[in-house]
Design a protein around this ligand. Structure first.
Ligand SMILES: [Zn+2]
Length: 123
C-alpha cells in the first residue's frame, strides 16, 4: 500500500505542477498579452484542471471557449501551436480567415461558443 500511496502522491504533485504552469501561462496571456511561447501542453492543461481555452477573433472580436479535450492533437502539443489552426467561422470566407488570438485558460466554459463555432446553424 505504501507504493500505491507514493504513486498517488506523485500524481498529485504532477497535477499541481501542471496546474501551476497552465495558470502562469494564462495569467501572462490575459494580463500581458503574451508571449505565448513557451506554453504548457494540451495534456498539462487538462491534467491541471484548466481544460478550456478562451480565444478571440482579431477581426470581429467574438470570443469562444474551446474544450481542449476535444481538440484532435497529440496531448504533448504545446497550446501556442493551436493558435494558427484556430479559425473564426463567422469571418471565414473561402480559404481566407482572420487570425484569432488566445486569451486565457479556464476551468470551465465561460462563454457559450454557439455563435462563434456554429454560425451555419444560426439561421
Ligand atoms: Zn471573427
Amino acid at each position: 500500500m505504501r507504493a500505491e500511496g507514493a504513486k498517488q502522491a506523485a500524481r498529485k504533485a504532477i497535477r499541481e505542477a501542471d496546474r501551476a504552469e497552465a495558470e502562469a501561462w494564462s495569467i501572462r496571456m490575459e494580463g500581458f498579452g503574451g508571449p505565448a511561447q513557451p506554453s504548457p501542453t494540451i495534456g498539462q492543461c487538462l491534467n491541471g484542471g484548466l481544460g478550456w481555452l478562451e480565444v478571440e477573433c482579431n477581426r470581429c472580436k467574438n470570443r469562444a471557449s474551446l474544450p481542449l479535450d476535444a481538440i484532435r492533437r497529440p496531448r504533448d502539443t504545446p497550446i501556442w501551436k493551436l493558435e494558427a489552426a484556430l479559425k473564426c467561422r463567422s469571418c471565414r470566407q473561402g480559404r481566407h480567415a482572420p487570425l484569432v488570438h488566445m486569451i486565457k485558460l479556464t476551468e470551465q466554459r465561460e462563454i457559450t461558443p454557439y455563435f462563434w463555432v456554429h454560425p451555419d446553424e444560426e439561421r
